[in-house]
Design a protein around this ligand. Structure first.
Ligand SMILES: Cc1cc2nc3c(=O)[nH]c(=O)nc-3n(C[C@H](O)[C@H](O)[C@H](O)COP(=O)(O)OP(=O)(O)OC[C@H]3O[C@@H](n4cnc5c(N)ncnc54)[C@H](O)[C@@H]3O)c2cc1C
Ligand code: SF4
Length: 534
């Protein structure tokens, strides 16, 4: 039977839900805020050509208003200039308070956050899925579809990481690695051969949603501009999936809609209501507005439909990965020229084993060479004055790398989103504190990583570690989590809402715990799993 679905949001979750439903023959209407990100550069441009044209470089890397320059207290390695509206620290409703504790990053853009993402794509294993209420076997076939839609490339032959990541997919194309990254992997292999007992850290080529298939129109042309936006659309964005959706007559995309809440009758959603009061008739609804906005829409719907009468209503939880960036120096690269004609995302992936059974067994670490960066917060810490510091930085930057650790997260009653409906404007507040248990985990991971890197000639400078502000992990989850028992504000293992009988939630909201591994491929796969059965 053909059904009509209203999907809210066009990110990785919404776009993959839409395509799956359309392939099944259903009708899809997508409601999306959906601004357009700026057009990428011409395909002939490379990192080198942009950098050699001072005017273009200034406007491209920093923006005409220089909004892309890191301020003295910024903890980011780089900042996007305003020409990229795909990411913003202000939410769609402009009604956040208390962002000192937790400062999320949003996308107001068609395609969502993954228009500007890092493309790391690693599937969860059974061990990662703590409390998920569905098994790896239940989602295995959806991973295969997600890998293909995202065109993930990785090592064609098995590497040290194969046993713990990407088990359900064999790569048929790989991406070029820089000579430095190749050398690193060679040394790591040797180390594993001769120190077999040290299996606490495994390193391999990263798995990236970058199209490098030989005959593809979008094949990567090694321009080195990845971080700044790919001119040849080689990096997956949900816009690609939306393009496939457009091929179906049954697909309708409506943008400029700021969804506020649902209007329900007898436990079923009748209308999706936008901020301006416009109503969209709905018979089946898929919520995919990103884990934070999806929760805001649900909480507002509780209030509007008198499901909860309080003036302050909280989400069940709030999860995010805490991110720690630790610079390292690779002594073997001293004074070597850095090449910018390779993919400039995290070329290497490390997985570090931990002892705490309350968290998944492996923690993800991305290893990024910083040679192509124009500026780094470390510069501010060199006590030589600006001019000399820049000179010193340029001399050593080919040796510089950053290890980014992604800590997993688990449910805590202290962490939630609260909506306050008592004033003329609804307010959104975040409550988020990190636990002592995570601090112990962090120390364990750093120690193991340091011990592993040292014999490879890479010295980690943990005193210079930058701990990003809570919320900047951009792996939001757990706001409308899966629960086995009927619980307000939660979904069942098929991601069906316990509160509205024609609502499914398919973004990161539903993950009851947050593994360390990058989330987006897993969001896409889960969205496919859920929609395949509708
Ligand atoms: C710089 C950066 C690097 C990243 N790197 C990685 C990485 O390497 N690997 C990885 O796995 N992940 C990465 N991520 C995270 C990843 O991008 C997100 O986890 C993922 O895109 C989330 O997808 P989503 O569909 O759940 O939500 P979103 O992408 O947030 O999409 C939400 C959609 O809903 C729409 N929307 C929101 N609210 C409303 C509303 N009220 N009404 C109508 N429409 C609405 C928005 O327009 C948007 O289209 C990165 C993110 C960033 C910004
Ligand atoms: S993936 Fe990176 S290196 Fe490849 S074409 Fe795109 S921007 Fe250039």
């Amino acid at each position: 039977m053909i059904k009509k679905f209203t999907i809210i949001g066009s990110g990785a979750a919404g776009a993959n839900a839409a395509l799956t439903l359309l392939e099944k023959g259903h009708k899809v209407e997508m409601l999306d805020y959906g601004k357009l990100d700026s057009a990428p550069l011409e395909i002939s441009q490379t990192f080198k050509t942009v950098k050699s044209n001072a005017r273009l470089a200034a406007s491209f890397f920093y923006g005409n208003d220089f909004s892309g320059i890191n301020g003295p207290n910024d903890t980011d390695i780089f900042k996007y200039p305003k020409r990229r509206p795909s990411i913003s620290t202000t939410n769609l409703y402009d009604n956040e308070e208390n962002t000192d504790q937790f400062q999320p990053i949003f996308s107001n853009c068609k395609g969502g956050l993954a228009v500007a993402w890092g493309a790391n794509s690693i599937e969860f294993n059974q061990d990662d899925m703590i409390g998920f209420e569905y098994s790896k076997q239940d989602i295995e076939s959806s991973y295969k579809v997600a890998f293909k839609r995202l065109h993930v490339s990785g090592p064609v032959h098995e590497d040290d990481l194969s046993s713990i990541v990407n088990a359900s997919y064999k790569f048929n194309s790989s991406h070029d690695m820089s000579s430095a990254d190749n050398n690193f992997i060679r040394s790591a292999k040797l180390k594993n051969k001769f120190f077999l007992k040290n299996k606490n850290v495994l390193v391999g080529q990263s798995r990236l949603a970058i199209d490098n298939r030989l005959n593809s129109d979008n094949k990567c042309y090694s321009c080195g501009l990845c971080i700044w936006g790919c001119p040849s659309n080689s990096i997956y964005t949900p816009l690609k999936t939306l393009k496939d959706c457009k091929k179906f007559e049954n697909f309708k995309y409506i943008n400029n809609v700021k969804v506020s809440h649902f209007k329900s009758d007898n436990g079923a959603i009748k209308y999706v209501i936008d901020k301006s009061g416009a109503r969209y008739e709905a018979s089946n609804v898929i919520l995919a507005a990103g884990a934070i906005n999806s929760a805001i829409i649900l909480l507002k719907s509780f209030k509007e439909n008198k499901i909860v009468n309080n003036n302050k209503i909280r989400s069940v939880g709030l999860l995010d990965t805490e991110v720690i960036k630790i610079p390292y120096l690779s002594l073997s690269k001293i004074f070597k020229k850095f090449t910018t004609d390779k993919i400039q995302f995290n070329g290497l992936l490390a997985m570090v084993k931990n002892e705490n059974k309350n968290f998944p067994l492996w923690t993800q670490v991305e290893l990024l060479s910083l040679g192509s960066l124009i500026y780094h917060p470390l510069l501010k810490k060199i006590p030589l004055g600006v001019k000399n510091s820049i000179l010193a930085f340029n001399l050593i930057k080919s040796m510089l790398g950053v290890a980014t650790i992604f800590l997993p997260d688990k449910h805590s009653d202290k962490n939630y989103i609260e909506m306050d409906f008592s004033g003329p404007i609804d307010k959104v507040r975040y409550s988020y504190t990190s636990s002592r248990e995570k601090k112990v985990l962090k120390d364990e991971i750093i120690k193991k990583l340091k011990n592993y890197m040292r014999p490879l000639g890479s010295i980690m400078i943990s005193q210079q570690a930058i701990e990003a502000k809570n919320g900047s992990g951009i792996h939001y989850a757990g706001t409308i989590p899966i629960r086995a028992k009927k619980t307000r504000g939660c979904v069942n293992s098929h991601c069906k809402s316990y509160d509205f009988n024609n609502l499914h939630v398919v973004d990161g909201s539903v993950f009851p715990s947050l593994p360390s591994k990058s989330i987006t491929l897993n969001i896409a796969a889960n969205s496919i799993r859920v929609c395949k059965k509708l």
